[in-house]
Design a protein around this ligand. Sequence first.
Ligand code: DGL
Length: 269
Amino acid sequence: MAVGIFDSGLGGLTVLDAASKRLPEMEFIYFGDHAHSPYGVRDADDIHELTKDAVQRIWDRGANLVVLACNTASAAALRRMQEAGVPEGKRVLGVFVPLIEALTERHWGDNSPPREVAVQHVALFATPATVASRAFQRELAFRAIGVDVEAQACGGVVDAIEEGDMILAEALVRSHVEALKRKMPKPEAAILGCTHYPLLQDVFQDALGPEVKVFSQANLVADSLADYLERRPEMAGAGEAAYLTTGDPGRVSDRATQFLRRRISFSAA
Ligand code: DGL
């Protein structure tokens, strides 16, 4: 019984970690496309092709459900994949909706018309491709009115994290927060719209100040996955737990171990 979790690199491990705590009986097939990471600087067609290919490889291992634990892939590829149709009994889900439901205080499947919500000034931190897609604003507009979103494309942060250079990653986060604040001096909420960013959540919170509520996806996606599997238990398909990468398994294992603070062994996808 396994669910697939996909990211361009290591960021999806933040989702996997939360999902394993929420669903301790469940096995997960993690797939990091390190050979092609980062996705955030690629164009939408490229991201779509890479994501489609990776998801197929996870389905081929027996999983029925794949979570795109990558905002960039969710923004650039999910809708296209769903519209083109997925094989019978298979499903692919993204990470935007649970986050936006939390921000707009909605329960799953609440499709009522958009309404005013508590927050009006929201900062979005994401990769350049996610920001360019405007997918976040589109999903938000289905659920809320009157919310002003200022997006900051956080170039370089994913590369620094993947390289394990957390000093550079922290400096970049602080400069991106400063840039955002020049455009929106007093955000009420901030969205970490990239699954790598929870690894620097304390830095975002510190740079933004204590009055800003920071939303990060790992727990929200884990809760939403648990809820989904309760309603659709058959989607916990076959397959066995695995950590797969298209990159160098030794190097990726070392970084993953550093981030999750437990030994993780990747094998070649
Ligand atoms: N973790 C991916 C995301 O959520 C990072 C994308 C990238 O590879 O640039 O957007």
